[in-house]
Ligand binder design. Structure first.
Ligand SMILES: [Zn+2]
Length: 321
């Protein structure tokens, strides 16, 4: 649906033919068909520069009033991601949500929405004091990572899911605070299993993961990268640049790592190798001992990947409210 109506042709008294089109490149799995007794409403999103974009909603007719209220939050989501990643990538096709019987899917410019107008994920999965719709944020996030920046091989689906999962935390940070984003990310930790590498075997259409590490562990990997960089401007610049560099194209893990290394002028290859290609986590080993009035600390990362290194914060944290 949404996309743009290309043609509406009256075949005879009984039949009308609708043709839809997108002008931007699209993954084949993002093409879908929705048929129902839909009511359509539109809103206009205006960004900081005063540019406008149509938000197009197709919802079940009996949910129209509820939907009009609920989807007000889309404006904030679009604004946040525009700030962090640049303009919505499919500006010409518009932003669209279509109500579906299933939970959600990132169909480009016609996002499937089935979260029943609830907060979080069917009412849960986000901290109790937060109020935002997981499906709107996650599936819309995929317009950047998944639909605009796409993996060449689905075994590298982390390019879609890890970035989009971290975008959820970015949204929380944008809407609430950094501390709340950490709280949100911590809620994902129990789902990390460390039983298989995030990147699967290439060239065999692999999608046989037994867990969701390509979502949650990948998001935490990006969070670790952020703190290894330890420079917010650089991190934010990198995030935006990754999207801009690979927009409207298919890419690979190797290309992304090479881009990160070049952007940061530092070799993060072992960091990515550890978290993407190895199931096990590096173990942080340390010892403390007293020497006169001083407390000494010795530490190292223990992992079979000898080149792995990641700086960690040592010292007293300044308490923040
Ligand atoms: Zn997803």
């Amino acid at each position: 649906m949404p996309m743009v109506i290309y043609a509406k042709i009256a075949i005879d008294k009984q039949w009308t033919q609708y043709e839809w089109a997108v002008v931007a490149p699209i993954n084949t799995y993002n093409v879908t068909l929705n048929i129902a007794d839909y009511a359509n409403f539109k809103e206009i999103y205006t960004n900081k520069k005063g540019e406008t974009l149509e938000l197009d909603y197709y919802v079940l007719a009996y949910n129209l009033d509820k939907a009009k209220k609920h989807f007000k939050q889309t404006h904030e989501v679009v604004a946040c991601f525009e700030e962090y990643f640049g303009k919505y990538p499919f500006w010409e096709d518009g932003i669209g949500f279509v109500e579906t019987p299933y939970l959600g899917m990132e169909h480009q410019s016609a996002i499937a929405y089935g979260n029943q107008y609830m907060r979080g994920y069917l009412g849960g999965m986000i901290p109790k004091d937060m109020n935002w719709d997981y499906i709107i944020v996650h599936e819309y996030g995929h317009e950047y990572f998944g639909n605009s920046v796409s993996a060449k091989d689905i075994a590298e689906m982390w390019i879609h899911e890890s970035f989009t999962t971290y975008m959820e935390a970015i949204y929380v940070e944008c809407k609430y605070s950094y501390a709340d984003a950490i709280r949100y990310l911590q809620g994902q930790r129990p789902y990390i299993r460390n039983q298989e590498p995030i990147v699967g075997p290439l060239g065999v259409n692999f999608d046989g993961w037994s867990g969701s590490d390509h979502y949650y562990k990948g998001a935490w990997m990006l969070h670790s990268l952020r703190h290894a960089i330890n420079n917010e401007d650089l991190w934010l610049g990198l995030l935006k640049s990754i999207h801009q560099k690979f927009a409207y194209s298919t890419t690979t893990t190797k290309e992304i790592i090479a881009f990160v290394n070049q952007y940061l002028q530092k070799d993060y290859t072992p960091f990515f190798e550890q978290y993407l290609y190895s199931a096990e986590l590096p173990i942080f080993e340390y010892s403390l001992w007293q020497q006169g009035r001083q407390l000494k600390l010795r530490y190292r990362w223990s992992t079979p990947l000898s080149s792995f290194d990641m700086p960690i914060f040592v010292g007293k944290r300044i308490a923040t409210k």
